[in-house]
Design a protein around this ligand. Structure first.
Ligand SMILES: Cc1cc2nc3c(=O)[nH]c(=O)nc-3n(C[C@H](O)[C@H](O)[C@H](O)COP(=O)(O)O)c2cc1C
Length: 254
């Protein structure tokens, strides 16, 4: 049997470093350990222009975008992938712009015709495009898990429209703090282990256990303690730069 083909994105502008990578990378390691072939792309390092909205990919040049940029190779990889992993920092309550451009530019994979599926208007995938599964990996600065609700709902809907099954999400609040907490002696190894386990489960079983995903998201420190630490961090950053308290809160205008 051929290996499961995984196409993963990390759309953070900090990638390959940054907070998203801290949970995406062990997730992908778990997939590799389960013998998957994993390709990881960094959209902000690729020349991928925004969709022009011309719909030529549905009419004049079926299956082909008129823009000759890096998305051509990404589309070929998407068409082959058994599992697609969208890794994005939570950005203004959704995926970030680089990730959204990849989603928008994915419509050449679909046929233009409307069909009815499960009580919804959908498109069918073109022949030669695999279905398979989608997983979301995201980091947020805020602490509450419900901050991810709009993003999860968005990718779940987009997966249905792309004819793929949404297999679940690795959601990690308190971005940036994971490595810092580890250095401060807070035990976080189980979070990384849960990411690895989830990767193995998705490749082997086609699903991820709610218990494992719960460990990825588990509370690390009480919320009020985290809020205090974040505010100390920003206050010190302003003071280090010599910004006086009188102008901290003022929008400078133009
Ligand atoms: C422009 C911008 C918007 C953000 N919006 C949110 C947000 O709506 N909710 C939230 O919890 N965190 C938000 N964050 C914090 C990021 O989610 C967090 O810093 C991120 O997970 C860092 O990941 P990275 O290092 O991989 O880029 C935002 C960060 C930026 C730069």
């Amino acid at each position: 049997m051929s290996a499961t083909r995984v196409l993963a994105f990390n759309s953070s502008p900090h990638a390959p470093a940054g907070a998203t990578a801290t949970i995406l990378d062990p997730f992908l390691d778990g997939m590799r350990a389960a013998d998957a072939e994993v390709e990881l792309l960094f959209p902000h390092k690729l020349d991928i222009k925004p969709c022009l909205g011309c719909l030529a990919c549905w009419t004049r040049t079926p299956g082909r975008c008129v823009q000759d940029d890096a998305m051509r190779g990404v589309l070929a990889a998407l068409a082959r992938a058994d599992i697609v992993v969208y890794g994005t920092p939570l950005c203004v309550d959704g995926m970030n712009a680089q990730m959204k451009v990849v989603l928008d530019r994915s419509i050449p994979l679909l046929r233009p015709f409307f069909v009815e599926r499960e009580g919804h208007c959908r498109h069918d995938r073109r022949e030669g495009c695999s279905g398979g599964r989608v997983a979301l990996v995201s980091m947020s600065g805020f602490t509450e898990l419900d901050n991810f609700d709009p993003l999860v709902a968005h990718l779940r809907a987009a997966s249905a429209n792309m004819g793929r099954e949404f297999a679940g999400a690795l959601l990690r609040p308190y971005a940036n703090s994971l490595d810092e907490l580890a250095r401060a002696g807070v035990p976080v190894a189980d979070v990384y282990n849960a990411c690895r386990e989830a990767g193995g489960q998705l490749v082997r079983d086609g699903s991820m256990s709610p218990e494992t995903l719960g460990r990825v998201s588990r509370e690390l420190v009480p919320r009020d303690q985290y809020i205090r630490a974040v505010n100390v961090h920003f206050r010190q950053a302003l003071e280090r730069r010599g910004v006086s308290p009188e102008i901290w809160d003022r929008f400078p205008g133009h």
